[in-house]
Design a protein around this ligand. Sequence first.
Ligand code: DP6
Length: 328
Amino acid sequence: MKATAKAHTNIALIKYWGKRNDSLILPTNNSLSLTLDGFYTETTVDFQDSLTEDSFFLNKEKINGIAYERVTLFLDLIRKIADKPNLFATVHSTNHVPTAAGFASSASGFAALAAAGSKAIGLQLADHELSRLTRQGSGSACRSIYGGFAEWQQGTLEDGSDSYAVPIAEQNFWDVRVAAIVLSAKEKKVSSREGMKRTVDTSPFFKGWVDSIPADLREIKQGIEARDFEKVGAVAEANCLKMHATTLGAAPPFTYWNDITVSVMQTVQKLREEGIPAYFTIDAGPNVKVLYLPENEDKIVNTFRHLPGVTDVIVSKPGRGVTYTTED
Ligand code: DP6
């Protein structure tokens, strides 16, 4: 009972920041993302009657501790749905996500694990069911089931059954590019999980953040539909700034930015003054992702490669949703 699946990571243009239920991973707002072709995880899950426990290998290395726990707890969910509580698996994952790029490999990781695991155990899940399952591994991962633009609908039900992602526009709808600007100092001190919890619990700005989401979503969806790059970029950048503003109001306060993060942000704004449409977004770490159109790729790459404190610029196009590799 073996299956292999591949999933790409995604970058949120409207951020998921805050949970209404920590254990079920239910968010306080809808979020919207673009799946990226440059970064993916490939995972094989092999369930065997002879096994007495799960094992997990990442890039060929045996993993123990918290990362193993998260995988085995996730497999428990799959076993529960399939009603096979005593069936254990060997999991092999390969990350094609340059960790230095600051992309959360948990997004592609849990999407690939959910897809391979559910297929291997014999479940046939519709996309929204797979997204709902994936959500319980890591929230942002539920958007990586789809290629192109996807929206995670927060849902209103207590049990989370209506909280999953849906497709907004497929991979080939619009060639928007994303450059990951990799910075030399990349220590992540507050995880996204911890950071959003502290924000929900203590930041007086959190309510303002949540209240601002419906208008941002409306506008960005109009922008995507019209392929209006300035509109999409401006909404995404403003939404990112609002998310990061909530962390400054938390107790104790924190920020994911460092001096080079700010210098990259200012360079993006300077490019716009020169007439080059470029916009930034930032997740729970110091690296910046820059949105731009294909005709400006050379200018973007050259500008950021030469900025002090930048070690690499990795470009990505819209990516595809989950795919399966057939096993013989
Ligand atoms: C800032 O999905 O990593 O990247 O659900 O606790 O696993 P958990 O959190 P995670 O949070 C991602 C937060 C973000 C914004 C986003 O991707 O929407």
